[in-house]
Design a protein around this ligand. Sequence first.
Ligand code: GLY
Length: 312
Amino acid sequence: MKKYAIAIHGGAGTILRHLMFTEKENMYKQGLQDAITIGEQILKMGGSSLDAVESSVSSLENFPLFNAGKGAVFTNKGTHEMDASIMDGLTLEAGAVCGVSNIKNPVQLARLIKEKSGHVFLSGPDAEAFAHKMSLPTAGPEYFYTQERFNQWQEVKETDSYQLDHTDKKENSEKKFGTVGCVALDQYGNLAAATSTGGMTNKRFGRVGDSSIIGAGTYANNNTCAISCTGHGEYFIRAVVAYDISCLMEYKGLSLKEACDFVVKEKLVKMGGEGGLIAIDSYGNIELPFNSAGMYRAWKNSDTELQIRIYE
Ligand code: GLY
């Protein structure tokens, strides 16, 4: 069997061990394990990296503790506006969607956009109409309602501030950048990446983060790497993070680790951009750098045991 590899994330931020209850930590770890196992099985059976990243991200979207799909945060209007994207490293084809409110699995819509719409990036109600045409499962606001997210929105809804996942007033320093993502290398040497998010709590004016922007939050190219980001989207857009890493490898000959460390630990830090990313190259090397206190993450390749981590 040829080598395959996969990595996932469930968001980064000020995730502190002393503020985490064991029961909740175990729930997060279970969510990560379930999601990576689905993708890994696809790769092991000879499936494509594209199918693996779509399936793993769908699983993360269905898990209510992560800020994507079912667990998406509330906007300033008390709605949910979700963003997602997917990219195929073999063909450089990509699909992306932003501002959808009733799609159970936005990553699946991103894939359909890539393959069936004739476009790359669709938004809002018209993207939902396309999803309807494609018979993609939809759900009403009650499906996306979770008490925890509602409480987080209540804390800030009368203010102009927005929050990346949340800053819990009781746990003043906790700040999480909720997004989910997956990168994979399949047995045929093909890379793929996918990312999905509910964005920021209390976001306004149709705000869109980096997750649905190809080159910022997501990128895949068989010549270099596959990347999925999580963090303060405004900075990740301005730094064109995912494509920047690919470019450093392609044009300057940096290794995956050198490129990731430079962008996440030097460039973003200088700009003030907090967060992290998962990355994989065509040799199956995996990097999971972040400049925040923690990042929900898991990784596995054909030769090694499954690893699941939350903190530094
Ligand atoms: N990184 C997710 C967002 O800023 O929306």
